[in-house]
Write a protein that binds this ligand. Sequence first.
Ligand code: G6P
Length: 617
Amino acid sequence: MCGIVGYVGDNKSLEVLLGGLKRLEYRGYDSAGVAVIGADGTMDTRKRAGKLQVLVDDLDMRPMANGATGIGHTRWATHGGPTDRNAHPHLGDDGKLALIHNGIIENFSELKNELVESGATFTSETDTEVAAILVGREYAATGDLTEALRRVVQRLEGAFTLLVMHVDQPGVVVGARRNSPLVIGLGDGENFLGSDVAAFVEFTRRAVAIGQDQIVTIRPDSVVVTDFDGNSVETDEFEIAWDASASEKGGWSSFMAKEISEEPEAVAKTILGRVHDGLVDLKELEPLGPDALTDIDRIVVIACGTAAYAGMLGKYAIEQWSRIPVDVELSHEFRYRNPILTPRTLVISISQSGETMDTLMAVKFAKESGAKVLSVCNTQGATIPRESDAVVYTHAGPEVAVASTKAFVAQVTALYLIGLELGKVRGTLSDDEIRHNVAELQAVPDKISEILTVSQAEIGQLAHWMTDTQSVLFLGRNVGYPVALEGALKLKELAYIHAEGFAAGELKHGPIALIEPGQVVFVIVPSPRDPDSLHPKVVSNIQEIRARGARVIAIAEKGDASVLPFADEVIPIPLAGSLFEPFLAVVPLHIFGMELSAAKGLDVDQPRNLAKSVTVE
Ligand code: G6P
């Protein structure tokens, strides 16, 4: 939530800030603003409610001076509605200091009272303005911008990334972070700050992650990182693994269209380098400790949204292959219910962004409780992997559309690799069994490509026919159940219609009452080839809803003639082992969500009220 960019260097702040905000807009798009110190030494700010384009249009009509020092912000509103006044940057008392913020200052109310008593006037309803006034006053007292910010962060409670600049300090931007993301970009005669590396990847691929409770001061030729007490700290530089073109839309109609097309590659790249001689070799698990994988007696998966559904699929595979019990919990529920954790519990957190505050808080809690934490993450330099004992990165590349697609299949891939590694280490799988499952996994990318080639147009047509549909249900059993939940989530967030996913076996315990003539129901049908398959039971479920007038859209294995008499539409998917069917069944649902959103004329990439990286609890 909220994207932040800071820049010091040449006289091109506006280009850097607006380019960075464009690539960070997925983090929030309620308003946008910039502040720049111009070549004449004056500071100018411009901020506008609405998407970044509103600000860009405003700047086109009323250009502002460019300069060598600037900060920019794209907002997801928390305190105060999405108005021009509440947009960032906010200014100090004397108008000389500009500040931007991502997060929530939980004690802002008492700080605000204190400031009002001392004569401050506020121009916005935000928590952020409190910090701007406080830092402005500390700067007036100390003449040192880093020290001023350091003094103020000691007084703040909650989560924040703050960037400040002062008109009397051209060529300096200071940032601080606690529980919200901030990354440094290292340039040549210029330096950058950003909520994530997308902010500056166009200009440099050298990056440094900043740890918790640290302050960074950038100048064109220097970067200094200290802790909140002023002690210098060690930092790790890393190279950004992708270039700016990976986060551009290219010729696609939306980022989501591009990202769905990248699902095969996301799976393939996540497997790459992790299989040797047909067996899984996950060296990334070594930091958990020499005996960790044999010692654990339970796994708890924590995640939110789409990542939690990936976690549910991971449960089926990990339990099947390693015989370790796995619980899957939403991070925010897990964190606040006094869960039972021991040193033999392995907590696996899943997060595309690596910044989801609910998951971060759950990770910290798990570590404090003595459990080991392994994170599955798609973003280098993110906070959650830094807080974890070990990390398995998914290599889906930058995901920009708010609704997650390629990251989902990459997360499931990583969890399956973890399951196979556990099966290997604990001896619950033979080498032949591992090789068989690895081969299944390696075959997934081509099968997804086949769906994209064969079915995309047909699914688009289906969506066009359904633009007036008010409610869609999704049914699945076993590994089809998380797929049903994911399909429903996509419709809620993308097409703004009522959608529910159910375990098909649960149908008769209540949800069947929702079925009335014309109700659209997607059913994820398992393969009939597997002797243990639940295929006959799912076909019975289809008949039950069909008898009550439902319009059934079946996602079924190619050649499965048994569903044809009962389904209004069948979307075929290639043959795969039971555990691997979800990789395929989910793709038509991703396409359907996107196509329905587009057919309704909605914003596919930036659905209303949402943000991709949810950095508030
Ligand atoms: C938000 C997004 C979802 C995403 C969830 C978890 O709610 O809208 O698409 O699945 O956050 O995000 P994470 O970055 O932790 O995977």
